[in-house]
Design a protein around this ligand. Structure first.
Ligand code: 5GP
Length: 213
């Protein structure tokens, strides 16, 4: 039997309202950090054109989602825009323990559930970082939502209301990326996420971190 000291990965919890540019920034980060694992969530919404099961989401029925809730398979889940979304433990736990960094793009409700779990779970507390992506102002947010031009006024109003509600959570996160100029925000995001790799806070000092094979 050999003793091996392992360093845990970082669990990156990233939220931001629709119109914050979160999807673009996440896509950019993915290109720059291919070794980062982007957790695949379960959802009850239908796939959009170009999306694939097991790649963008696991698309499951409401019944199956509720069965998985009952079986305790989710580290967090929420209802967003009338659909369920949730992160499976199986996407996260082993990877983090094995030193891989895992990225969660989730809404504020889900992030707050993980925050609560981390308060009670020393291992999770040491691994997790909360990042909020925000537009520089409410006007910019509205402009971005309208610019998409694909939705009617009612949908835009609903999205604006949802986004404003999400914005109220920005100070519950540890880091804030203000997405004014995309290039700059992308650099800032990349630098922030890269910095966690060298975090001394994650030097293992509790039994859980010591892998024995
Ligand atoms: P979309 O349907 O546009 O892919 O995602 C809608 C919202 O659901 C986004 O804000 C996204 O971050 C959030 N979301 C995606 N997956 C999860 C998840 O597993 N849990 C939670 N709580 N939110 C999620």
């Amino acid at each position: 039997m050999s003793d091996k000291i392992k360093k845990a990965g970082t669990l990156l919890v990233v939220s931001g309202p629709s119109g914050s540019g979160k999807s673009t920034l996440c896509g950019e980060l993915r290109k720059r950090l291919p070794e980062l694992y982007f957790s695949v969530s379960c959802t009850t919404r239908n796939p959009r054109p170009g999306e694939a099961h097991g790649v963008h989401y696991y698309y499951i029925s409401k019944d199956e989602f509720e069965r998985r809730i009952a079986d305790g398979e989710f580290i967090e889940y929420a209802r967003v825009f009338d659909n369920y979304y949730g992160t499976l433990y199986s996407e996260v736990a082993e990877r983090i323990k094995n030193g891989q960094d895992v990225f969660l793009d989730i809404d504020v409700q889900g992030a707050m559930q993980i925050r609560k779990r981390a308060d009670e779970d020393e291992f999770l507390k040491r691994c997790v970082e909360f990042i909020f992506i925000a537009p520089p102002s409410y006007d910019v947010l509205e402009h971005r939502l309208r610019k998409r031009g694909t939705e009617n006024e009612d949908v835009i109003k609903k999205r604006l209301a949802e986004s404003s509600k999400e914005m109220e959570y920005w100070d519950k996160y540890d880091y804030l990326i203000l997405n004014d100029k995309l290039e700059e925000a992308a650099d800032e995001f990349f630098n922030l996420v890269s910095s966690f790799k060298n975090s001394t806070r994650r030097i293992p000092d509790i039994g859980f971190y010591y892998g024995r094979d």
